[in-house]
Structures are given as structure tokens and as C-alpha cells.
Design a protein around this ligand. Structure first.
Ligand code: EPZ
Length: 419
């Protein structure tokens, strides 16, 4: 397995360009299944999860043409199978996102039940309950979700918990249902809004996306369209934390400052001078050591759980003591033990980590357990004394396009060691 070798150094300084958002590209590629003619999706990030999704669609007979700029033309009309097999779904839980569109468009869909992962059990009961409420006949047997429906019926869908992909699956399914659906307690993440905008570009009738109540008036057919994915706010936040943790200056381009209010205010609290333009954000620490901040994760627009691990690394070397409270997932402190092995002073009590900043971390061999935990270990390695070797970085390749090249542009001493 590839490893990343990082030698701790001075402040990062430079500019990086942000890729399309992984968590918008995944539902949007799944949503192409709803179309009755070819669809062009632009600004798709070059990530392992995207490759897996394209392999999954290809396995179902969908034709995909990818150009060198990773614009993807999808022709869903050639589909010849409605099964999302275990060997693909187990490598990427987000495969569950084909369930809603396939069922709505073709009346049948067999999707392997996604397993849990390092950060939690991550059940999909809300996806299944919602589709059943829309009239689907769903059996869960032999590790598969087997769903059938002549035509889904619009209805009121109250979500017990805010779920991003749960909202997305039901939003997609409702676009072709008979009658009107209202999703209450819906997720408000920008990626949900991007998916809704994509569906509208195909002719869907949706209002309220971005709020906690989304109304969808079912239509008979959705046509192909051309759409460009929004920038990745978590990739953006990760590189900005790179500036904060190293006392440096980083400008991220091709991004959207309005997607990161909660993160930018915490970076300011940590001592960063934050400036923004229409499609760029700069954090300049002016050589100062960051100040510790308190983080409390919750659904958008609150502080995103996907930025929690990165801020754990920031607090590990900050001045003072900060607390990190994780309220979305039940086991998202896997990075803490690895940071402690690098000399961090962190105590976990239930869903809260209390972090007392230390002057310097020590480089060490560490292991990535999930996508954002990997990012936090890389960030810690950038400022640790000596060499840090991050193992199992297939996690990081799922969500960060060319991370070592982008960090090298910022002056980091990082290289990939293929195994
Ligand atoms: C999405 O996961 C993202 N993935 C995650 O990003 C992100 O961390 C998460 O939303 C929260 O923002 C994609 O969009 C592909 P949830 P998702 O359903 O939809 C519980 C990354 O790093 N729940 O919003 O799977 C669940 O267990 C990844 O890019 C149920 O109980 O998350 C969790 O505790 C990691 N039953 C909470 O809700 C359900 O049916 C929120 O999960 C669904 C969810």
C-alpha cells in the first residue's frame, strides 16, 4: 500500500486550486440514472470514489465517456442491470445513492447493504423507510436491499435525523414520483443544493432546497443536461487549516467562500487573517502560532463534521486548550490516538476531545483509518519534528485529488512511496 512521507518544515506559503466537490459529484453521477437522454457532468474531481462510481454505473451497462479534463458524459439509456453488487458497494458506502434514482426510473433496484465504516455503523434505515413511505416494496435479505415499485407516490417525508445521503436519495426518487413530496427536516448541505440544481437542470420541479423543507412535484420524465459540480468546501477548509497549523499563508482558488462560514470564523478565532474574493479565500497567520478553538460539529450550516479531524490537528499544536465535540458520528476520533503517538496531549471523554496544545509534535509512523483522519495526520506531519510516514493512504486518495502535488506547491516536504 502506498505511503506518504512527510518531513516537518516551516510555514506553508502559496496558492492551490480546488477541485469539484466529491460529495456533490457522487449523488449527481447517481442522479444521471433518472435521465432519458445523455448528460454531461463537468468539474468532476479525479478521486478514487469517483472511479468506483463510474465503475458501478458501467457495471450496470451505463455508457460513460470521460475526457482529459474529467468532464463525464453519461448515457444512462444503455442500462441493462439494476444491481449494485457487494464487491463495489463494500468499497464505497455512497453507492447507496443509486437506490433512489434506479427505483424511481426503472421500478427495480437491488443494492448491497453498505457495511459500517471506521467512523460509525452508518445505517441506511431512513433511506429505506422513506422509499417505503413512497410506496416501494423493499425486502432486506442476503445482505441486499431489494426494492420494487410500479411508480413511486409523492408523500410527506419527515426525517427522524438529518441525513445528507438520505435526503439526496429521497430527493432523487421524488422527482419522478406521482404527485408532490415534501421532505421535512431535510439536510441543508451545499452538496444537497448542488444535486437539486442539477435535477432542476434536467427538468425536475424542486423548491426549498438549502432549507430544512424541500418540496418536489413529480414529473414524468427528466431530460439530459449539462452541469458543472460546485467546488469542494472540505478540500478548501483542509488547505486553509494547513496555513493555520503552520503559521503560514495559503490562498485557495476556484472555491466559494459562502460555503464555509462556520469554518472561516473558527480560522479567524485561531488567529488567521481571513480575506475572501468571489472565488478565492486566503488565510494568513503572519508567522504566528495558532490559538486553540472549541469546535462543536452539527449538520450544515453549523461546523461540519468533515472538518473536525483537521481542527483536532490544529488544536494539537495551538496555544492553549480547545475542546472538540462530535455530535454527528459515534466514532470519529480515530485520528486522536495517532496524534497522541506524535506527542499530542489529547483526552477523549465520550464524544468530546480535550486538547492541550504542545509546542512541537514528533514525526512518527502513523496509520490512516478514514478519509478526514488521514488529512489530519498529514497536517500534523507538516509541522512535526522529523519524518512522519502515513500508511493506508488509499483513504486519502478517496477524497483529495493530488494531495502531495498541491501541498508541494505550498512548500511542504511530502512524497508518495509506492509499496
Ligand atoms: C455524508 O455521509 C457525507 N458523505 C459524509 O462525508 C459526511 O460526513 C456526512 O454526510 C455528514 O455530513 C457523502 O455525502 C457521500 P448522514 P452520510 O446520513 O450521508 C445517521 C466524507 O468524509 N443515519 O448525514 O452517510 C448516521 O449514522 C464523508 O466525505 C442513520 O442513523 O451521513 C450518522 O450518525 C464521511 N440512518 C448521521 O445520521 C440513516 O438512514 C448523519 O449521517 C442515515 C443516517
Amino acid at each position: 500500500m502506498d505511503k506518504l512521507i512527510i518531513t516537518g518544515g516551516g510555514p506553508l506559503d502559496g496558492e492551490v486550486r480546488i477541485s469539484g466537490a466529491k460529495n456533490a459529484a457522487l449523488p449527481i453521477l447517481a442522479a444521471t440514472l433518472l435521465a432519458s437522454s445523455p448528460v454531461m457532468v463537468r468539474n468532476v474531481p479525479h478521486l478514487h470514489d469517483i472511479t468506483t462510481t463510474m465503475e458501478l454505473l458501467g457495471r450496470m451497462g451505463v455508457e460513460l465517456v470521460v475526457d482529459e479534463k474529467l468532464n463525464v458524459e453519461v448515457n444512462p439509456t444503455t442500462i441493462n442491470s439494476f444491481v449494485a453488487p457487494y464487491e463495489l458497494v463494500r468499497t464505497m458506502r455512497a453507492s447507496i445513492l443509486v437506490l433512489g434514482p434506479m427505483l424511481a426510473r426503472y421500478g427495480e433496484s437491488d443494492v448491497s447493504l453498505p457495511g459500517g465504516c471506521a467512523i460509525g455503523s452508518r445505517p441506511v434505515n431512513l433511506h429505506i423507510n422513506g422509499l417505503r413511505a413512497m410506496g416501494a416494496d423493499i425486502e432486506v435479505e442476503g445482505g441486499y436491499i431489494r426494492a420494487r415499485a410500479k411508480r413511486l407516490k409523492g408523500t410527506r417525508l419527515f426525517m427522524d435525523m438529518v441525513t445528507v445521503t438520505g435526503t439526496e436519495n429521497l430527493l432523487m426518487a421524488a422527482t419522478l414520483a406521482e404527485g408532490t413530496s415534501v421532505i421535512e427536516n431535510a439536510a441543508r448541505e451545499p452538496e444537497v443544493v448542488d444535486l437539486a440544481n442539477f435535477l432542476i437542470s434536467m427538468g425536475a420541479k424542486i423548491t426549498g432546497h438549502g432549507s430544512d423543507t424541500i418540496t418536489i412535484e413529480g414529473v414524468d420524465e427528466l431530460s439530459g443536461s449539462e452541469y458543472s459540480i460546485l467546488p469542494d468546501r472540505i478540500e478548501t477548509g483542509t488547505y486553509l487549516v494547513g496555513a493555520a497549523i503552520s503559521g503560514g499563508r495559503v490562498k485557495v482558488k476556484n472555491t466559494r467562500p459562502d460555503l464555509l462560514d462556520a469554518v472561516l470564523s473558527k480560522l479567524q478565532e485561531a488567529g488567521g487573517k481571513v480575506s475572501t474574493g468571489e472565488d478565492w479565500i486566503e488565510v494568513d497567520m503572519q508567522g504566528r502560532r495558532p490559538r486553540a478553538v472549541d469546535i462543536h460539529t452539527a449538520p450544515y450550516p453549523a461546523f461540519p463534521t468533515d472538518m473536525q479531524a483537521q481542527f483536532s490537528a490544529l488544536n494539537a499544536v495551538a496555544e492553549g486548550s480547545g475542546t472538540i465535540t462530535e455530535t454527528v458520528f459515534e466514532n470519529r476520533f480515530m485520528h486522536v490516538q495517532e496524534l497522541v503517538r506524535m506527542g499530542a496531549n489529547i483526552r477523549v471523554e465520550g464524544n468530546m476531545a480535550v486538547i492541550n496544545g504542545v509546542e512541537k509534535l514528533q514525526g512518527a509512523p502513523v496509520m490512516a483509518t478514514d478519509l478526514r483522519a488521514s488529512a489530519s495526520l498529514v497536517l500534523a506531519g507538516l509541522v512535526a519534528e522529523g519524518e512522519t510516514v502515513v500508511d493506508r493512504i488509499y483513504h486519502i486518495d478517496r477524497g483529495y485529488e493530488c494531495i502531495e502535488e498541491k501541498l508541494q506547491q505550498l512548500g511542504a516536504h511530502i512524497r508518495r512511496k509506492p509499496d
